[in-house]
Design a protein around this ligand. Structure first.
Ligand SMILES: [Zn+2]
Length: 517
């Protein structure tokens, strides 16, 4: 009884203290950081960047076709006083927005491409496309586009208000979903002189991680050239390029067993002939090869041998092995991740409304998962796995090897929504997406402020990076003559864009605006 009474008195004392005394976390926030948090908390800011996220969600532009998405971000950044260079590293939708001058130089990465086949209406709980078979934002890059842009602008406001020295740079990175832009951006020297880089990704959690993660990847198409013939009357005169693709795939699938268990290998056949009664003289197969940095190049050579063997077996020619993209694993800096984690703790998980939780539960129920609603707690610091067993890839891996980099994972997507699936498209739109992106922007901006104002923290980050670089020097995986595949999604985007235009959303009003804006 006594113990309970003491415990109760203690609770009351803490409650009174927490009301009367300034909150310790708030008391410790530096004025520069408070400026970014205050600006990002303003309802006008939340609405402005929420609508930008929804607009980019409605454009759902595929890799290297992000003309409207990048234009919206560039317009927003220019209006905020950034200098923007665009069309960089051989990609019209790549840009760098800069404010300030001199050291330190802090970078933030921004992505804005969508995925094929995933069109879906927002805030829906069953598969229901806006435009059947059209692209959709199945990885939340619309939230990231808006969050990273808001963060950069918030940092500029604090730099002006508090006369901070240094430079903030936002790296507009197209085609992340096909891992194209960052290796080309590194090759073009865009990250030279950058002291630290803040990467970000939306999801349902709010956390960061350090160490090596994800797989390195080579994206490559193999094109075979054969000879047409009448498939019925004289097939012996033909040499089938499709046969070569099929034999190559059989060989690669036998090879699979003898690759290290960290390997991933998947393919589609974009060209396989046009009619069974004409022996196909051309065919093309597109592979993603994934492995650890040290095993990827050997794996590529072995798959290339499968292609050469298939050409020999079928009397066709391996006309082209075109590397479209080649990216490293992510090597996240620990000291930078620790700095980010403190800012994630400071910002905290957004408070979701009952309506937002109800939507998440309905979606979770539809997907057959646990119906626990939106997440309530921030996540723990992620550590590298004891045994690397493979996984997905991101082309920011190359950036992690040329400048100290770590990633802020921020919320907004309902827990249980699946990546690269209509459920992520459905929940990456509207109020939870706005709140999650806003929390991500705050954590990014607060971390950038630390990097600009705490030289000792930046020095520790760079010291760790310098030591790591000695054992992990950067080597570009791209062949010297590789060029960004600008035409890659041209046809697909042209096919769907006219129907999608009717559903474009205006970034100022949130209303449908059609093609003219
Ligand atoms: Zn993604």
């Amino acid at each position: 009884m006594n113990t309970a009474k003491h415990a109760f008195c203690g609770f009351v004392a803490i409650l009174i203290a927490s009301v009367l005394l300034p909150h310790p976390a708030v008391a410790q926030v530096a004025p520069e950081k408070q400026t970014v948090l205050d600006w990002l908390s303003q309802p006008e800011t939340v609405t402005k960047f929420g609508r930008i996220s929804d607009s980019i969600w409605s454009y759902a532009e595929l890799g290297l076709q992000e003309h409207k998405s990048s234009a919206l971000l560039i317009r927003t950044l220019k209006e905020a006083g950034f200098t923007v260079e665009q069309g960089l590293a051989g990609m019209p939708t790549c840009f760098v927005a800069t404010y300030g001058s001199g050291k330190p130089v802090v970078g933030i990465l921004v992505e804005y491409d969508a995925l094929p086949m995933l069109s879906q209406k927002g805030r829906t709980t069953k598969h229901d496309p806006v435009v059947a078979d059209a692209p959709g934002h199945g990885c939340g890059h619309n939230l990231m586009a808006s969050a990273a842009t808001a963060a950069a602008i918030a940092v500029k406001k604090a730099m002006e208000k508090h006369s901070l020295t240094g430079t903030i740079k936002l790296f507009g990175s197209p085609a992340e979903e096909i891992l194209v832009s960052r290796p080309y951006m590194v090759r073009a020297g865009l990250f030279k002189g950058v002291d630290a880089v803040i990467n970000n990704h939306s999801g349902s959690g709010f956390q960061t991680a350090y160490g090596v993660s994800g797989t390195a990847m080579i994206s490559v198409t193999f094109r075979f050239q054969g000879k047409t013939a009448h498939s019925g009357s004289a097939p012996w005169n033909g040499r089938s390029a499709l046969d070569a693709v099929e034999i190559m795939n059989v060989a690669a699938n036998y090879l699979r067993e003898h690759l290290h268990f960290s390997a991933r290998m998947h393919y589609v056949i974009p060209d396989g002939g046009e009619a069974p009664n004409v022996v196909p003289d051309r065919a093309r197969v597109w592979y993603f090869l994934r492995n650890s940095d040290d095993k990827l190049e050997e794996m590529y050579q072995r798959v290339l041998n499968c292609a050469k063997g298939a050409a020999l077996a079928t009397g066709t020619e391996l006309a082209e092995a075109r590397v479209l993209a080649a990216a490293h694993q992510s090597h996240h800096n620990k000291a930078l991740a620790e700095l980010m984690m403190k800012n994630i703790e400071l910002v905290g998980m957004p408070r979701w409304t009952e309506q937002e939780n109800a939507f998440a539960r309905a979606l979770q129920k539809a997907l057959g998962g646990a119906t626990n609603g939106m997440p309530v707690k921030i996540g723990a610091m992620g550590k590298p796995a004891a045994v690397f067993t493979g996984g997905a890839s991101s082309d920011h891996g190359d950036v992690t090897l040329v400048a100290p980099t770590a990633t802020i994972g921020f919320p907004g997507i309902a827990s249980g929504a699946q990546g690269h699936h209509w459920s992520t498209v459905a929940s990456g739109f509207g109020s939870t997406a706005w709140k999650g992106a806003n929390a991500g922007a705050k954590a990014m901006a607060a971390s950038a402020i630390d990097l600009l104002t705490k030289p000792a923290a930046l020095q520790a980050i760079q010291k760790e990076f310098a030591a790591y670089s000695k054992t992990h020097p950067y080597k570009c995986f791209l062949p010297a003559d590789a060029k960004p595949p600008l035409e890659f999604y041209d046809k697909l985007m042209k096919q769907y864009r006219p129907a999608m235009e009717a559903f474009y959303l205006d970034d100022k009003t949130g209303n449908r605006c059609g093609r003219d804006r």
